[in-house]
Write a protein that binds this ligand. Structure first.
Ligand SMILES: [Zn+2]
Length: 341
């Protein structure tokens, strides 16, 4: 990547849905084929934050269930094929898979623990080592970047030592300015450094010059006031024209957070190529064309054909010719700024 041009990362959280899981074909394989074609056209590489807990849970059930064995084999091969094509396999941790059961031919998520602080330190250590090893086995190298499930990266204290030990030095869980008030999966990123990336030690929400970790946040945007009203009305009126690939459904957020969104109190969202958010990329491109580092994220399950057309327009508008993996960009940031990032 030419260091004179803005750096651009396209990251994807590779996972099923967390209410009705959906199928591996619709949530993972089909959208990834579209993503890989897009990446090839731009001579670019994607960072896939792979939900390794899903793979480990599939392994547990594969020992007993023939159908689960077939699903596991196909997902494992698919992750390996992404790595073989030169894309990055990074660590995404959704610990709820530790408690998930396969019943009546479907994943049962009721009563599972969503956040890492619902697990002991010993359990956390085991989960991170086990999940990282799972990805290393499929991709041929240890992951160097991490994204917390649901952006729930705190309490960072609980994972600092194990990440350091595993050599995972990049975090990409922060969405600057965002606040999610939910009893089960909240976060507070209202007071993070006003920088495009930063080093840290104690918490990814504060910059420390000699910190061993590098935060590369997801680019954030302020959604229009009526965004969540439109989404709510779409649902009520069954006029939801979303055309995303995935065939499952998401975990609901709590009523307090829904109320905050409808009151316009919770309008910061990620720059995303998920079908429901992609159109806002173009508005944001006009407002912030002077940025030097962009990270647009998404989920294969929520991708649509329209998302990729919009991403093409966005790249053209900002003057981004290609995108690179988060670890490659982290290397450039370190080279650009030495130890003083
Ligand atoms: Zn996730």
């Amino acid at each position: 990547m030419d260091s004179a041009l803005p750096k651009f990362i396209l990251s994807q959280d590779y996972e099923l849905f967390f209410h009705k899981s959906g199928s591996i074909e619709k949530c993972l394989f089909e959208p990834c084929t579209a993503l890989l074609n897009f990446a090839d056209r731009h001579d670019s590489k994607i960072t896939f934050f792979v939900d390794a807990g899903m793979l480990r849970c599939m392994e547990r059930h594969a020992r007993l269930e023939h159908s689960a064995r077939r699903v596991l084999d196909r997902v494992r091969k698919h992750v390996t094929s992404l790595a073989d094509a030169g894309h990055e396999i990074a660590l995404h941790v959704h610990p709820h898979w530790e408690d998930t059961q396969w019943l009546d031919n479907d994943w049962q998520f009721a009563g599972t623990r969503y956040k890492i602080d619902m697990f002991s330190l010993e359990e956390t250590d085991r989960i991170f080592r086990d999940y990282a090893a799972c990805l290393a086995e499929l991709s041929g190298c240890m992951p160097t970047a991490y994204r917390a499930g649901g952006f729930c990266v705190e309490p960072f204290d609980q994972i600092r030592a194990v990440l350091s030990d595993l050599g995972i030095f990049i975090d990409s869980s922060v969405l600057p300015g965002a606040l999610l008030r939910d009893p089960e999966k909240g976060f507070d990123f209202r007071h993070v450094p006003n920088r495009e990336s930063w080093t840290f030690q104690d918490s990814p929400t504060s910059h420390e010059v000699d910190g061993e970790f590098l935060e590369i946040p997801i680019s954030a945007q302020r959604m229009p006031f009526f965004y969540y009203w439109e989404r709510a009305l779409d649902r009520v009126g069954a006029s939801n024209i979303s055309t995303h690939f995935g065939d499952g459904s998401s975990k609901r957020i709590g009523r307090a957070e829904i109320a905050r969104r409808l009151l316009g109190l919770s309008r910061v969202a990620e720059l995303s190529i998920d079908d429901a958010k992609a159109e806002h990329l173009l508005r944001f491109a006009n407002l912030h064309s002077d940025r030097q580092l962009w990270q647009v994220m998404g989920h294969p399950k929520l991708l649509s054909r329209r998302s990729l057309q919009t991403l093409d327009q966005f790249m053209e508008r900002v003057g981004l010719r290609r995108f690179d993996t988060i670890t490659a960009v982290a290397g450039e940031i370190r080279a650009d700024h030495g130890a003083t990032v």
